[in-house]
Write a protein that binds this ligand. Structure first.
Ligand code: PHE
Length: 330
């Protein structure tokens, strides 16, 4: 029998060392031991008794210490706090963008990252020989491993592909935001990566004008970068919008006076936009005589860089805990 606590230990003491205990009773039998063996047996008996008593005392101290510890235990204490993770900066900024546009009626639409040529380029008025389709810009997916046959399966290079999917499956009025990851065949450096994130927007209804586009973007810029933010639209070109523009905001780092971030100009480019080309509406089954619309697209990394001044794009995908921990958790 092995004692597990003070009570069981006491039972053992009674069994062996009490007045009628087994070891004690050996002493009463001692007188029957022949004289010539008395010395030897007597010594053994004493050794046995001391060893048993010592062991009992030792165990008693162990059990008493355990009991004292258990009494010290504060069961009302909260368990060790589990460290909270932090939100990825790109998620924080994407959610902030989505939140700003949700206040003026935009809802989120998502679509596949592995797409076909039709949704990424064809229906968006890209000419068949447009350089964006080039292998240098677009990742194509081989249908059979190692066999590079012409294929129209690709990784989307912009989330405008979600807009074509929405336009072909919903009737106007349409007011959607398309956040998601996109891929481009770029050499990886501090300023470019082979994947990044976009939020694109699309608004189609009767009588939507360029003035509506400008006002929506001004609202966004002020919500995102502060009430003093100014915007400027520069003419540009995209196959799927006409007219097209690129939008700059007054540099939020120097406040427009000129710094190294804005290369002394006081302005930084944040997005592309324009009125949806009638060819795009028609190819998606929307009557371009009845409806007009605008679209815009921005890179989440770019907006995040402006907000948090991250200098190297690679930090966003390296999962370095020292970088990630700097962002609030909520
Ligand atoms: N799709 C464009 C890009 O990826 C952005 C854009 C969207 C421009 C909508 C104009 C209108 O660069």
């Amino acid at each position: 029998m092995k004692a597990q606590n003070l009570e069981e230990l006491e039972a053992l003491r009674i069994k062996y060392l009490s007045k009628k205990g087994e070891i004690t009773s050996l002493f009463s039998d001692f007188r029957n031991v022949p004289n010539e063996q008395k010395r030897e047996i007597g010594q053994l008996l004493n050794e046995l008794k001391t060893a048993a008593a010592d062991r009992l005392q030792e165990m008693k101290e162990v059990f008493e210490a355990q009991k004292a510890d258990a009494e010290k235990l504060d069961l009302t204490r909260t368990p060790d706090p589990i460290p909270m993770g932090t939100r990825h900066p790109l998620s924080l900024v994407r959610e902030e963008i989505v939140d700003i546009f949700s206040h003026i009626g935009f809802t989120v639409a998502e679509g596949p990252e592995v797409e076909d040529d039709k949704h990424v380029y064809g229906m968006l008025n890209f000419a068949p020989e447009h350089p964006a389709r080039d292998m240098q810009d677009t990742f194509f997916i081989e249908k059979e491993v190692g066999v590079q046959k012409p294929t129209d399966v690709l990784l989307r290079s912009h989330t405008s592909s979600v807009q074509t999917r929405v336009m072909t499956s919903q009737k106007p009025p349409i007011r959607v935001l398309c956040p998601g990851r996109v891929y481009r065949n770029e050499a990886i450096s501090a300023r470019a990566h082979c994947f990044f994130h976009q939020v694109e927007g699309l608004y189609i209804d009767k009588d939507v004008s360029f003035a509506d586009l400008r006002q929506v973007l001004l609202y966004f810029a002020r919500e995102m970068f502060g009430a003093d933010t100014k915007i400027r639209l520069r003419p540009s070109y995209f196959p799927f919008t006409e007219p097209s523009a690129e939008m700059d905001i007054s540099c939020n780092i120097c406040g427009g006076t000129g710094c190294s971030f804005c290369k002394g100009t006081g302005w930084v480019e944040i997005l592309g936009c324009g009125m949806v080309d009638p060819n795009v509406l028609e190819s998606c089954g929307i009557d371009s005589k009845e409806y007009t619309g605008f679209a815009f697209g921005m890179g989440v990394e770019r907006i995040t860089n402006l907000k948090y001044r991250v200098k190297d794009l690679r930090l966003f995908s390296e999962n370095d805990i020292r970088f990630l921990q700097q962002f609030e958790s909520c």
